[in-house]
Design a binder for this molecule. Structure first.
Ligand code: NAD
Length: 350
């Protein structure tokens, strides 16, 4: 056994109702005038939380958008300067967390993140940003949030068409962690337990979107998945999703949820140990098939055709997906990728 393990420092508070601790955690971080970040859709929730922290809410910024456009970051930085904000409080999904990280990257301000989806970005030192339609990613300890408060009462408002794909997005982080080149036993343990927790919770969430116990379990799985994403390298699945998402402007969680059964199947023979761990976590005989069955319940879109692609797009996507490939246990060939995309286009079982 030989490995390198890097633990990322962050403080995690988990539990139903834990949002009541936001004020004391801001104080602990020395934040007296936070910029309170949300999307426009979640501005009501952000305002409600701001009321509970009084003067520590320095300025509201309900302008977060998917893929962290840099023009939004620049306007948020003006809001930071206008009140001399001394920290970020982000309440929302990966898009909201992304804006907080983008501010922290440029200012070194401390961050308190309150996730309301299963995206997992709050556990990673990774920041993706979009400028002139191009998304670039950077890795810096500056963007890693100091404190994260996971309150499953805040994820219950997700409708099933957001929570299902969001949970599958988290599973995708854990699946790829199990066959990462730089995997290690701690992260693999987290990945397997994350797949187990999400695999158990997602069908319950699909049947009853406000099931609080299922939300707790899913959010716990999402936290572990975020740790995996932040700690080890991702492979073909993330490469394909970045390619398709960027080329066709697709919803982040939807494309992850659709593709993960196909990308896992692509690696089925090249990563046998990971496949056994996935199958065991899902209580099934075959890992990729177990993920496919789960995605049939939890994904919002079941084929690339349903996502709006036409067959001619698959060639262009395959060409781009094999450029600058990430490490992957099975060699990434154009033919292999094209076949996989065809199966996903048709929505066939992998
Ligand atoms: P999102 O943050 O874009 O949210 C999707 C929609 O759901 C938004 O309208 C939001 O307001 C709404 N929403 C969020 N929580 C809700 C709730 N509890 N109830 C009702 N509505 C709610 O989506 P996401 O999938 O969480 O994040 C996607 C973004 O995060 C992408 O830009 C992706 O690149 C990024 N991301 C980054 C990392 C990283 O490590 N850097 C990891 C994962 C995702």
């Amino acid at each position: 056994m030989e490995f390198t393990y890097n633990a990322h420092p962050s403080r995690v508070i988990f539990g139903p109702g834990s949002r009541s601790r936001i004020g004391e955690e801001l104080e602990r971080l020395g934040i007296e005038r936070a910029i309170v970040i949300s999307t426009p859709e979640q501005s009501g929730l952000a305002a409600e939380i701001a009321k509970t922290i009084g003067g520590r809410a320095g300025i509201m910024y309900p302008g977060a958008a998917q893929h962290t456009p840099t023009n939004v970051t620049e306007s948020a930085l003006q809001a930071v300067s206008s009140v001399r904000a001394d920290g970020c409080l982000a309440i929302g999904g990966g898009s909201t967390t992304g804006l907080s990280k983008a501010i922290a990257y440029r200012t070194d301000l401390p961050q308190l993140i309150v996730p309301t989806t299963f995206a997992g970005s709050e556990m990673t030192p990774i920041l993706g940003q979009t400028e002139h339609g191009r998304k670039t990613t950077l890795n810096s300890p500056k963007v890693l949030p100091e404190t994260v408060i996971y309150d499953p009462e805040l994820t219950v408002t997700m409708p099933a068409f957001i929570s299902g794909p969001s949970g599958m997005n988290a599973i995708a982080h854990s699946v790829e962690a199990l066959y990462a080149k730089d995997r290690n036993p701690i992260i693999s343990m987290m990945a397997a337990d994350s797949i187990r927790a999400l695999g158990a919770a997602l069908p319950r969430l699909m049947a009853e979107p406000a099931d609080r116990d299922a939300h707790s379990e899913a959010l716990y799985g999402a936290w572990l998945a975020g740790c995996c994403l932040g700690a080890v390298g991702m492979a073909i699945h993330h490469k394909i999703c970045h390619t398709l998402g960027g080329m066709f402007n697709l919803n982040h969680a939807d494309i992850h949820a659709l593709m993960i059964p196909y990308t896992a199947a692509y690696n089925r023979d090249a990563a046998p140990q990971a496949m056994v761990q996935i199958a065991r976590a899902l209580g099934t005989d075959d890992g990729p098939h177990g993920i496919y069955q789960l995605s049939q319940r939890a994904a919002s879109k079941r084929s690339l055709r349903e996502m709006g692609l036409v067959e001619a797009d698959l060639d262009a996507a395959a060409d781009q997906a094999v450029q600058n490939p990430y490490y992957n246990p099975r060699p990434v060939t154009r033919e292999g990728v094209r076949d996989m995309l065809q199966a996903a286009f048709d929505g066939r079982a992998p």
